[in-house]
Write a protein of this length. Structure first.
Length: 74
C-alpha cells in the first residue's frame, strides 16, 4: 500500500514543494519511492523503518569512498 497522501503532502511542503510535485517511482524492495521535484527522492519504508536507519548509516560511508550515491537531505 502506498504512503498516506496526507503524509506525503506534509513532507513535500516541508521541502518547499506541493503534493502535486510528487511522482511515484518504481518501488524498492524495502521502500515506496517518490520523485519530489527535480532533485529530491523520497523513500518511505514499507514496514520496517530500521531499513532506512541502515541506509542512513551506510550512505555517508559509501559517498566518502567515492561511490556516486545521492546525498541524504533529511
Amino acid at each position: 500500500m502506498p504512503a498516506d497522501p496526507r503524509v506525503l503532502a506534509r513532507i513535500a511542503a516541508k521541502h518547499g514543494h506541493a503534493a502535486a510535485d510528487l511522482r511515484p517511482l518504481p518501488p524498492g524492495e524495502a521502500n515506496h519511492v517518490y520523485q519530489l521535484g527535480p532533485d529530491l527522492v523520497l523513500r518511505i519504508p514499507r514496514g520496517n523503518p530500521a531499513d532506512l536507519h541502515k541506509e542512513a548509516a551506510v550512505i555517508p560511508v559509501v559517498r566518502a569512498a567515492g561511490v556516486a550515491t545521492p546525498a541524504l537531505v533529511a
